[in-house]
Design a binder for this molecule. Structure first.
Ligand SMILES: [Zn+2]
Ligand SMILES: [Zn+2]
Length: 231
C-alpha cells in the first residue's frame, strides 16, 4: 500500500505572507523582488514560476528538495522577520499561492506566485516612505531598493511607490506602511493615477528639484563661472 498525503482542492487559491527586497532592473523598466534567504540570488516578477534553486531537473516544489516559493500563513509571523537588522528595508508581501503546493504547519512551499500587495516600511529617518531608492547593493542586472522619503532621496536612482507598482504590473499594489495615510496603488481608472498618487509624484519631483538646485548652487559657489574668486 502506498501512503499518500491528502490532496487539497481549494475553491480559491490560498493567501500567504513573506518578506522580500524590492528590485529594479538595470534599465529601470522592470520591477521585481528577491527573497531574503533560499533563492535570494534569483529576482522574481510579480507573477512568477518557481524553478529549482539547485538547478535540479524537477518541478518545484519537490518533496525531496526544499526549492519552490515559500510563504507563511500568518501575517504577523512574516512581519516579525522584518525586525532583524538585515531585513529592515525589506517589504512585506501578500501573495496568492498558485499551482501545486505543499502545506506545512506554518506555511506553504509552492510552484507559482502572484504578489498582490507589497507594504514598505518607513525611510531610515523614520518618515513614511514616498519612494523606493537604490539601496546600494543588488544582483546582476538588478538594483535592490529601500524605502525613502522625498527628503532623503538626494541623487539616488528611485521610483515612486506608484511607479514601482506600474512597473511590476499584474495589478500589484504598493503601500506605505506604518503611519501612512495614503495607499498608493498601481493601474487604476483613467491613467492609473489619482490625486494621492499625483501628489506623491509632485512631492518627489519637488525634492529632486530642491536637490538639483542645491547642487547647482554649490557648483556656482566653487565653479569657474561662479564667484570669480579663482587666483
Ligand atoms: Zn529542487
Ligand atoms: Zn527620510
Amino acid at each position: 500500500m502506498r501512503l499518500r498525503l491528502p490532496e487539497e482542492r481549494p475553491t480559491e487559491p490560498p493567501t500567504g505572507y513573506k518578506i522580500a527586497h524590492p528590485m529594479l532592473s538595470q534599465d529601470g523598466t522592470r520591477a521585481g523582488f528577491t527573497g531574503v534567504s533560499l533563492g535570494g540570488a534569483l529576482p522574481y516578477g510579480v507573477l512568477a514560476d518557481a524553478s529549482c534553486v539547485y538547478g535540479l531537473r524537477h518541478r518545484a516544489p519537490s518533496r525531496r528538495c526544499d526549492c519552490g516559493f515559500h510563504c507563511v500563513h500568518d501575517r504577523t509571523v512574516a512581519e516579525a522577520l522584518l525586525c532583524t537588522a538585515e531585513h529592515r528595508a525589506a517589504a512585506l508581501l501578500e501573495v496568492t499561492v498558485l499551482g501545486r503546493y505543499i502545506r506545512f504547519e506554518r506555511g506553504f512551499r509552492y510552484a507559482r506566485q502572484r504578489v498582490r500587495t507589497a507594504t514598505v516600511g518607513p525611510c531610515v529617518c523614520g518618515t513614511v516612505a514616498a519612494a523606493l531608492a537604490d539601496a546600494g547593493w543588488g544582483r546582476p542586472g538588478w538594483r535592490a531598493l529601500a524605502p525613502s522619503c522625498a527628503g532623503c532621496l538626494r541623487g539616488r536612482t528611485s521610483v515612486s511607490l506608484a511607479g514601482f507598482a506600474r512597473l511590476g504590473a499584474q495589478g500589484l499594489r504598493v503601500v506605505a506602511g506604518k503611519g501612512a495615510s495614503v495607499a498608493l496603488t498601481g493601474p487604476g481608472p483613467a491613467d492609473g493615477l489619482g490625486v494621492p498618487e499625483l501628489a506623491a509624484e509632485a512631492a518627489l519631483l519637488q525634492a529632486r528639484l530642491d536637490w538639483f538646485q542645491a547642487q547647482l548652487a554649490r557648483l556656482g559657489e566653487h565653479g569657474p563661472g561662479g564667484g570669480g574668486r579663482q587666483g
